[in-house]
Write a protein that binds this ligand. Structure first.
Ligand SMILES: [Fe+2]
Ligand SMILES: [Fe+2]
Length: 139
């Protein structure tokens, strides 16, 4: 079964407002682009949007990584390597689009949805444990 949009789920909420807000914003940006592709937008718009999405995701990861470093998070490296993997995947999608000028919205949604729901569930959800910490090492 295919779906044409990413969907925010209540269970994605991790309880750190800045992170939750950015997750919703990223989903919105991706859905906007998918909608525009389906409506038949031009190449420049798709390239620009993919670039905007890549930088927004990069900034979002930087925020999470800062939170993790500030709080001496025990799974920092595993979480960060998952981020790096998604950034590589997105760069591949962009490079491919630059060459072929064709993009399948269904495939884009499927790739990102699989990645997001898996990463939210296995990595970001665990950041919940950091939400009440001051950031100062204890003891
Ligand atoms: Fe993350
Ligand atoms: Fe995240």
């Amino acid at each position: 079964m295919s779906q044409s949009q990413l969907q925010w789920q209540e269970r994605y909420a991790i309880g750190i407002p800045a992170v939750d807000h950015e997750h919703q914003e990223l989903i919105r940006m991706i859905n906007d682009l998918v909608m525009r592709i389906l409506e038949g937008t031009d190449v420049a718009f798709v390239s620009d949007s993919l670039g905007d999405i890549l930088s927004a995701i990069g900034a979002h990861f930087a925020l999470e990584e800062k939170i993790m470093r500030d709080r001496h998070y025990d799974q920092y490296f595993d979480h960060k390597s998952d981020h790096d993997r998604l950034l590589d995947q997105l760069r591949d999608i962009m490079d491919d689009y630059a060459v072929h000028r064709q993009i399948s919205p269904a495939e884009l949604v499927q790739t990102l949805d699989a990645w997001f729901s898996e990463h939210f569930r296995t990595r970001d959800a665990r950041l919940h444990s950091l939400k009440n910490q001051s950031g100062r090492p204890t003891g």
